[in-house]
Ligand binder design. Structure first.
Ligand SMILES: Cc1cc2nc3c(=O)[nH]c(=O)nc-3n(C[C@H](O)[C@H](O)[C@H](O)COP(=O)(O)OP(=O)(O)OC[C@H]3O[C@@H](n4cnc5c(N)ncnc54)[C@H](O)[C@@H]3O)c2cc1C
Length: 416
């Protein structure tokens, strides 16, 4: 097959949306260039596991050149797209200019600090491998510091861990952090008084897991409390200087660790494209996922803004990105055949979040589960969704080891 004369599809971003689009076009009569600023696909839902020393980065990231080794109609290019000329139909990266017939923008999102510079500079986030390993190093380092700190106030501040945001990422991080401390670190630091350690979850509204049904919100709270997590509702963070967390009502918590999980927005590039943006900077698209003025351009995943049947924006989730990718790929194929594009409709596969060992909440096929059954579903689903047999196997072995021996093995401080 001579792919050179075929229409050129450029896909920017090899996250959940970009990867799925590329795979769905494997047998289409197109040549594909996939561009990403990283040379790997990252399974973001398990980033917090790196932060809590449960997994290593290579277990949740997979090299793109390996994934696409056998896809003959695809070329991968590592590079950051800096601008796009929609009229002339080319993208500019930090090293090249690439023309396209069809463009799929799947550039994802980034953490939204809502303009709070101090929180961005002094807090931690979980969006990249660097963020997660940086958080792990910091968590382990403050334990080392606390173990030799004689001032009780400073020691308590070192041992206070604040997680901001009561959504699934915040809940998962707080639950896992509490377990790392109670099950693992207390064994490493027998001299430490466990009563001095606090894991605090701060939430601006009056509920955790706001999008989950009532019974699962209650189950989540119970599970978090059983793991020793303190939950502060109706508490809006306004400042963090690296040692003191300040809320809008003036209350303060002294803590050397703050992990921010309370906001996501579209990737930075979306602000520079001159396109119509909606909430969280996401690019407005037609129901067919095309740009209104440029039907040859598709935007999918976290970067795209589309509403569901009830007028609510589709959530920034991997499941949305993957389903949109299928429709974008199908619409490109339809267009090539001279057929019209089809609209996107999200099929909600359910909700799932873990709160640590034997503890998760799930809503599947209209049924709510919590506790061990939900946790087993979570474990198997996440192992199934990882890319690569080796990753699946090593993650399974890691988790089994941690489960039976109460031991997070990756407790290495690797960066100053
Ligand atoms: C900690 C965490 C936990 C999560 N947990 C869940 C969960 O449990 N379930 C769930 O469904 N979703 C979860 N999500 C959300 C999910 O990861 C995102 O919704 C999903 O990744 C969006 O897919 P995407 O393809 O739009 O973008 P991404 O997967 O973010 O991929 C975007 C890609 O674009 C690349 N890129 C960005 N800008 C450029 C540029 N200018 N040039 C070149 N490349 C670029 C990036 O390197 C990246 O590879 C979680 C997210 C985080 C951060």
């Amino acid at each position: 097959m001579n792919t050179k004369s075929m229409p050129h599809v450029v896909i920017v971003g090899a996250g959940f949306g970009g990867l799925e689009t590329a795979q769905k076009l494997a047998h289409a009569p197109v040549q594909i260039t996939l561009i990403d600023k990283h040379n790997y696909h990252l399974f973001q839902p398990l980033l917090y596991q790196i932060a809590i020393a449960g997994l290593v980065p290579s277990q949740i990231a997979y090299p793109l050149r390996t994934i696409f080794r056998h896809q003959k109609n695809l070329t991968f290019q590592m590079g950051e797209v800096t601008s796009i000329d929609f009229a002339a139909r080319y993208v500019r990266t930090n090293g090249s200019v690439i023309a396209y017939d069809y463009l799929v923008l799947a550039i994802g999102g980034q953490t939204n600090f809502f303009g709070m510079k101090a929180v961005e500079e002094n807090g931690f986030q979980l969006k990249s491998i660097e963020d997660a390993t940086g958080t792990r190093n910091h968590l382990l380092r403050v334990f080392e510091q606390a173990s030799r700190e004689v001032d009780p106030d400073k020691r308590r501040a070192l041992l206070t861990f604040v997680v901001v945001g009561g959504g699934p990422t915040g809940v998962e991080t707080a639950g896992a952090l509490a377990e790392l401390i109670t099950h693992v670190l207390t064994k490493d630091y027998p001299e430490m008084d466990l009563n001095e350690v606090r894991v605090v979850l701060i939430e601006a509204t009056d509920s955790v897991m706001a999008t989950y049904p009532d019974e699962l919100q209650k189950a989540t709270m119970k599970l978090l409390e059983s793991k020793g997590v303190e939950i502060f509702f109706n508490t809006r963070l306004i400042d963090y200087n690296g040692q003191t967390v300040t809320a809008a009502d003036g209350s303060q918590i002294h803590a050397y660790t703050l992990i921010w999980t309370a906001g996501v927005r579209s990737a930075q590039l979306t602000d520079r494209l001159g396109l119509q943006q909606a909430a969280s900077g996401r690019v407005r698209v037609n129901p067919t996922l095309q740009l209104p003025q440029h039907p040859e351009v598709f935007v999918i995943g976290d970067a795209a803004y589309l509403e569901d049947g009830k007028g609510q924006p589709l959530p920034m989730l991997a499941t949305v990105a993957q389903q949109e990718a299928k429709v974008a790929a199908r619409n490109i194929r339809n267009t090539l055949k001279g057929e019209g594009p089809e609209p996107f409709q999200y099929r909600d596969p359910g909700l799932l979040a873990t709160i640590g060992r034997n503890a998760a909440v799930a809503r599947i096929w209209g049924l709510s589960f919590s506790g061990f059954i939900a946790w087993m579903i979570w474990v198997w689903l996440h192992i199934y969704r990882l890319i690569g047999f080796r990753n699946r196997l090593t993650v399974l072995i890691n988790w089994a080891w941690d489960y039976f021996f109460y031991d997070n093995q990756i407790r290495l401080i690797t960066r100053e």
